[in-house]
Design a protein around this ligand. Structure first.
Ligand code: WT7
Length: 641
């Protein structure tokens, strides 16, 4: 951990401002946020900064009235930003499209009008299931404009996953496209939507963007082409309360269905705009590229909302970063003069595997700052990114946060003062964030000791609740250490107070930086007619973080075969989506269980990974050594290990 790497002289330790701001955020929280809330415009000022009378349901900027779409667009259309480029959109193949702040404003209004015409009102749920095309941010902003609560579903999810999210979010309207391009193939999105609607409680309207222009089935009275219903006009932005919901975004846990994380109209914009400014400090001329998908929180906060709130020019890219060739990302950086590139360790490791040759084909000198998110970044990937891509000139902003936190919680700060970077450490907390590392028993861990990371104070970006489930919000996040927000990760604070994130402390997998709940995959497998029981875990992968491994038992009358395994995988792909398909499915005679009936996942995983060493009693608290031995035999027999 002595591996400190000084960054360019001009970014070096001017940390005084950081410490001042940080201290102000903790010691005079109300004044601090009163000031920082000016980053957005308010139709009506808030009467109080923070209401914590119903802890842990914190309410920020009480009674303040505002609108996200207004703050991202209307604020700019009468000043010099009117003609500034909001997005340079780059398709998988073909020519880019450029849209200005005024252009975006106009298109958002036209769709908002269409939504109103269809009867969509403030508080109604709208599911957005779109690829990375401009209509995705337009749809999000159009909903925000009229106060409809949108729920973006990643276009890599399948029909069952989509249906569940449509129902839980109470959506009666879907905005989708005919199809999407994915590495030269087309994905028939509308077909998936039709299947999902059949599985759901049903919807009233489906708005379809013509993207691939393929032939699709349109149900009259329910399905409308986007182009046929948009109406050029002005829609007055709804004056929404700080605590009115802005969107719901689903994320997986270890138990139960995915949690609908609800973010609001006041605290969330203040948080994402301030954190982007602190961490990356984009300038007027900068071209920002957040290479995430809009279907995840990174896309919501740092492709759509924070950049628009700050009036930044973004690159938005439709395709895969290594398609059609492994130099695609570097080609885009060169051609469009990208100054700030924000991506994930998985992407870096993938591109690193292709070799230096590809970045060397391009002039990357426009790059000024690099960023990562999604998983801990391993030092090898960090160094490659720093040296081969940033040419040892660009600081790496490792941002640690999650869907529930709205925006960055721990990250170095370009605006407030850069610490010397340590490869693999996200460094210091953002203002307003008070991390603690706790032992199992709740006592503080010592410096260098691994523990659970919690946040001791509320911050404006904290979710409002879990949709339809206030109890789960309290149980999952505020119960293990009462009153403290549990992030679900292990971490260490080193002797210089740097934070090191060490991965999930629960059984949630991180596949290419995306949180995937083992439970969702197990539920999917068990819903197949042949499958009796399923146990899913992650196998460490040098590129993706985790890959998905499943062990299943079959119901009476079904035989183990490779055709059956293929067919299970195929059905998992349609129902849950390509990202949820196990890489391996092993059929075994029985899954080992504890006396209380809990499947011994950790035993299965340890045997599978050949990690059983000496003392097996620590593998499963509830089971005896004999039971674990027997369990290991079953799995060994099943896999032929
Ligand atoms: C989980 C949140 C935040 C947007 C993308 C993922 C892990 C995220 C880092 C990082 C170490 C990280 C954590 C976290 N994570 N960023 N910089 N260093 N771990 O959002 O799906 O809500 O996942 O991703 O485990 O809890 P998410």
């Amino acid at each position: 951990m002595k591996d400190t790497l000084p960054v360019d002289e001009k970014y070096r330790i001017h940390m005084t401002k950081y410490f001042q701001e940080y201290e102000a955020s903790i010691k005079s929280t109300e004044n601090f946020w009163k000031e920082k809330a000016r980053i957005i415009d308010w139709f009506e000022p808030f009467s109080r900064v923070l209401d914590d009378s119903k802890k842990p349901f914190y309410r920020w900027f009480v009674n303040g009235k505002t609108n996200m779409s207004y703050n991202c667009l209307d604020r700019y259309i009468n000043n010099e930003k009117r003609n500034k480029v909001a997005y340079i959109w780059i398709p998988e193949h073909g020519e880019e499209k450029v849209i200005t702040y005024f252009g975006l404003y106009r298109r958002v209004n036209a769709l908002a009008k269409a939504l109103l015409n269809l009867g969509v009102k403030k508080g109604d749920g709208v599911t957005i299931y779109l690829p990375m095309i401009l209509e995705a941010p337009i749809a999000m902003l159009a909903c925000a404009r009229i106060g409809a609560v949108f729920n973006v579903v990643f276009s890599g999810f399948g029909e069952e996953a989509l249906a569940q999210r449509i129902d839980d979010s109470g959506s009666r309207t879907i905005i989708t496209a005919d199809g999407a391009y994915r590495k030269g193939k087309t994905v028939h999105l509308k077909k998936i939507v039709d299947a999902a609607i059949d599985l759901s409680r049903g919807v009233d309207n489906v708005i379809v963007v013509k993207n691939t222009k393929e032939n699709i089935k349109m149900e009259s009275g329910r399905d409308y082409y986007y182009d046929d219903i948009i109406e050029d006009s002005y829609v007055k932005p709804e004056e929404l309360d700080s605590s009115d919901p802005l969107f719901i975004l689903y994320t997986s846990g270890t138990t139960g269905k995915p949690k609908g994380i609800v973010h609001g109209n006041g605290g969330y914009p203040v948080w994402v705009a301030n954190t982007m400014k602190w961490a990356f400090n984009p300038g007027e001329e900068d071209r920002w590229w957040c290479a995430a998908d809009i279907g995840w929180i990174t896309g919501h906060s740092y492709i759509v909302f924070a950049p628009l709130l700050l009036g930044v020019t973004s690159i938005m890219y439709e395709g895969a970063i290594d398609y059609p060739k492994p130099d695609r990302m570097w080609e885009i950086v060169e051609r469009y003069g990208v100054n700030m590139l924000y991506t994930s360790p998985t992407a870096i490791r993938l591109l690193m595997k292709y070799g230096e040759k590809y970045p060397l084909m391009h002039d990357l000198s426009s790059l000024r700052v690099l960023g990562t998110v999604g998983e801990p970044i391993n030092p090898a990937a960090w160094h490659w990114f720093y040296e081969e891509i940033g040419k040892s000139r660009c600081p790496i902003i490792d941002t640690y946060w999650q869907t529930e936190t709205g925006g960055f919680t721990i990250a170095p700060s370009m605006a407030l003062g850069m610490p010397d970077l340590k490869p693999g450490s996200a460094t210091f907390p953002m203002p307003g964030i008070m991390p603690e590392i706790l032992r199992e028993d709740g006592t503080p861990a010592k410096s260098g000791e691994k523990g659970y990371i919690v946040l001791d104070r509320p911050w404006p970006g904290l979710m409002l609740t879990v949709n339809n489930d206030d109890k789960r919000y309290v149980d999952v996040y505020f119960s293990k250490y009462p009153g403290k927000y549990l992030m679900g990760d292990y971490a260490i604070k080193d002797e210089d107070d740097y934070y090191w994130l060490l991965g999930r402390s629960d059984e949630v997998l991180k596949v290419s930086g995306h949180r995937i709940g083992t439970i969702e995959i197990e539920d999917g497998l068990v819903s197949m007619k042949e499958v009796a029981e399923a146990a899913v875990f992650g196998k460490p992968d040098t590129v993706k973080g985790d890959t998905i491994i499943a062990f299943v038992t079959l119901k009476e009358g079904y035989e183990k075969s490779s055709e059956l395994i293929d067919s299970l995988k195929k059905r998992m792909r349609t129902e849950l989506g390509p990202i949820m398909v196990p890489e391996e499915i092993h059929i075994v005679d029985a899954l080992p269980k504890t006396r209380s009936g809990k499947i011994m996942r950790r035993v299965i995983k340890a045997v599978y990974l050949n990690q059983v060493t000496g003392d097996v009693s620590t593998l499963e608290n509830e089971a005896s050594v004999e039971e674990i031995q027997r369990a290991m035999d079953i799995i060994r027999k099943g896999t032929g290990n």
